[in-house]
Design a protein around this ligand. Structure first.
Ligand code: APR
Length: 314
């Protein structure tokens, strides 16, 4: 069987760790690319040299040259600036829009059949931008953050209950920002509704911790943002795609009427496989849940409006 090829753009903390996780799971050969001379080459060599210790056969090359990314199956875009303390994800908007536009142009024409998985923040609107720039069908362009928000939620639930994370199914919808929408009603412990196990005020505290999960890490790191859980989440999506597993994962996808939302990228559960987004799952929501999702999507639309006004989404 032909080995899959994944390009990871951006060899910083998130990109290099994503490349490492993909290689260690032997999911694909990996091309790691960055604008900074030597950075991707150095990190790729280092990861490659761990192969016999880790026991993987995947090949990983680092480069500044987009020619090496040709005919990738999946392109993971992590290039951009990371948040600094006190900086919101939206502060990054224009700078990262420039970077994501350039990178998408470079990648899309060399890998016209690929899937684009966007990780750069502010996530949902960067995904919308990459979709527009690439000209790809929307099922082939999606963003990572729902998996990250949900694994954080799952971890906090497991810790609250003192149980294994393996038994927790946690669901977070909405944009990847302060308005994300944790859904306790659709979160369970081995099928047991969370709300029967944890009192409402504790659930609210866990929801808050989840929304604040990224910021808490930024405040501690001071010079960067989270990368272990983000790279795990991106790798889980790459795995679902390359194994064509049909896993149901919350991802940022283009909505066309689902959940009453249209023309905007937002986090909802989807079935993910080799062709990208195979299906958007529409969970029945209560009035307040729908309202929270609508508010979250409005934040994304506002950013999309700012980008459109600056000529990025034309
Ligand atoms: N092309 C390729 N790489 C680029 C470009 C570009 N045009 N512009 C910047 N980069 C690279 C940088 O050189 C850097 O190595 O992107 C990398 C970003 O890495 P870090 O600064 O370490 O940031 P990281 O923590 O990896 O976060 C990357 O993911 O989670 C999000 O908010 C985060 O938007 C940020 C992104």
């Amino acid at each position: 069987m032909k080995k899959a090829k994944v390009t990871v753009v951006g060899a910083g903390f998130v990109g290099a760790t994503t490349a490492q996780r993909i290689a260690e799971k032997d999911l694909a050969d990996v091309v790691l690319i960055d604008v900074v001379e030597g950075l991707a080459e150095g990190k790729a060599l280092d990861i490659q040299q761990s192969a016999s210790a880790e026991g993987f056969d995947a090949r990983i090359v680092g480069t500044q040259d987009y020619a090496l990314t040709e005919r990738s199956d999946v392109i993971v875009i992590t290039a951009g600036l990371a948040r600094k303390p006190g900086m919101s994800r939206d502060d990054l908007l224009f700078k990262n829009a420039e970077i994501v536009s350039q990178v998408t142009d470079q990648c899309a024409r060399r890998s016209p059949e690929s899937l684009l998985l966007i990780v750069t923040n502010p996530l949902d609107v960067m995904t919308q931008l990459a979709w527009k720039r690439s000209g790809f069908e929307n099922r082939r362009v999606f963003g990572m953050a729902g998996v990250l928000d949900s694994v954080r939620y799952g971890y906090f639930i497991a810790r609250e209950l003192g149980i294994s994370v393996r038994d927790v199914r946690a669901m977070v919808l909405g944009g990847h920002g302060d308005s994300m929408v944790p859904l306790p009603r659709y979160s369970t412990v081995n099928g047991i509704p969370l709300e029967t196990l944890v009192p409402a005020e504790k659930i609210e505290a866990i929801n808050h911790k989840t929304r604040n999960g990224g910021a808490e890490i930024v405040n501690l790191l001071k010079t960067g943002s989270a990368f272990y859980a983000p790279s795990s989440s991106a790798c889980a999506m790459v795995e679902a795609i390359l194994r064509d597993s049909g896993r149901i994962l919350p991802c940022s996808v283009y909505l066309e009427g689902q959940y009453g939302l249209s023309g905007v990228y937002c986090g909802v559960p989807v079935k993910l496989g080799r062709q990208g987004v195979l299906e958007v799952l529409e969970l029945p929501l209560t009035g307040p849940e729908s309202e929270a999702l609508r508010r979250s999507s409005e934040e994304v639309s506002r950013n999309a409006g700012k980008l459109a006004a600056a000529g990025f989404l034309n």
